[in-house]
Write a protein that binds this ligand. Sequence first.
Ligand code: P6P
Length: 358
Amino acid sequence: MSTSDSPVSSQRDGAIDSELGDFETLEQFILEQQDRFPHSTGAFSRLLRDISLAAKIVNRDMRKAGLIDIYGSTGETNVQGEVQQKMDALAHREFVLALRRGGECCLIGSEEHAEAIPLSTTSEGDGEYIVLLDPLDGSSNIDVCVSVGTIFSIYRLPDDYEKEEPELDAALQPGTEQVAAGYVVYGSSTMLVYTTGNGVNGFTLDPSIGEFLLSHPNLKTPDRGRIFSINAGYYNSFDGGLRDYLDWLQETDAESNRPAKTRYIGSFVSDFHRNLIKGGIYMYPATQGSPSGKLRLMYEANPMAFIAEEAGGRATDGYTRILEKQPEKLHQRTPLYIGSADMVRRAEAFLQGEPERV
Ligand code: P6P
């Protein structure tokens, strides 16, 4: 009798199969994607590996934040004038360390650092990639166990860049020039979602083996949904067209599946991820407190806009496609309307005074 027929081995195999499943790891997926580009050197694959390593370390610390005294603030404020949380500083440090050690990144722009950070990495010279980073978005939610996230955007150092050491000007490229973008959501499970311009793929961390496993291949977002995410507390300071749009969403009309539902976590990554899967729109418009909006173009709006468009969605500032905005500063902000394409188009129509346009 072959062992594979014995009741014990078949039971054991069955248990093993159900445990491991036929999931593909992030590393295997990255290498497969690399094989599609015959001239690839593997540098980009190693860069993604470095980012996923830092994400696992941040995840590890996040899951025990209350036990290792990393709740609360550092007592500092970041370049945005916002109170810096201890986890913000820790996440920033982990990503910078991983990218420095990995040797594929030559410049980092981080929400947690006023200036761009050059990484002279190896004796053979610098890496060829630039990484823009929000190390931990929504971090004020950590102390109350609400999900948060990391957002990253990757550019190539321009071939004709002449300065010996890369500076900020090398990073100030429109979002259309991104070679990759992604986010990590530290939620009920930890997921890494990214695109390189060939669709969007989501990987769930299996902490028992320390691997991100392909759980959401070729993610597409619905053209419309029933969810809108906005801080309604600022309603009175919103543009009239936006107030009209919010009023429209809350009217009762069964044919157009209204009233819509409001869901607003206060963590952009979490609101974005839910809307990506279920359909919906996230809005952070210009307000009295944030006349240019609150979200940052380089390391929040652009990467998420790349992902949204790759998943069939849309992202604008109400008037201009996010990916086509020419950045002037590392930390510049932008109004942001992002998510299901039909919902973003309708928001634009209201903002532009043509509500009947769609
Ligand atoms: P408000 C977190 O600080 C953040 O940048 C986003 O993650 C979130 O959606 C937004 O700000 C929340 O801002 O003004 O509604 O508290």
